[in-house]
Design a protein around this ligand. Structure first.
Ligand SMILES: [Zn+2]
Length: 118
């Protein structure tokens, strides 16, 4: 059943979610940065993209760093609503955060971050 978390548990859950967001944005930044460093549009070759020759990599770096930073920032600022659910403490029903504040059983939905399953 769902029970209320203590303030300490809520703080820990928030920290964990924040850490996941930071890890996710670093991952995105690295992936986009690497893609922008080592690949580019195929141009006349007919391929959708081509591998950048090693001697051109330094020229690509400023753009890669910029693109990587932007990708990381976008991920950090717009992580989506994954994991942001609400829970009805009365019947245990889980809904997305954007649904009704009132459960069909008559209970009031609580932020899943403030609740835990035991
Ligand atoms: Zn309910």
């Amino acid at each position: 059943m769902w029970v209320k978390r203590t303030q300490e548990e809520i703080t820990t859950a928030k920290k964990r979610r924040r850490r996941g967001r930071i890890q996710g944005s670093v991952f995105f930044a690295v992936v986009f940065g690497l893609l922008a460093t080592f690949t580019r549009g195929g141009g006349r070759s007919g391929h959708p993209f081509s591998i950048v020759p090693l001697e051109d990599v330094p020229r690509q770096l400023p753009f890669s760093l910029f693109l990587g930073s932007v990708a990381g920032l976008i991920f950090y600022c717009f992580p989506g609503d994954s994991g942001k659910n609400v829970v009805c403490p009365k019947c245990g029903k889980v809904e997305s955060k954007h649904s009704q504040p009132q459960c069909s059983c008559g209970g009031h939905f609580k932020d899943s971050e403030t609740m835990k399953w035991v």
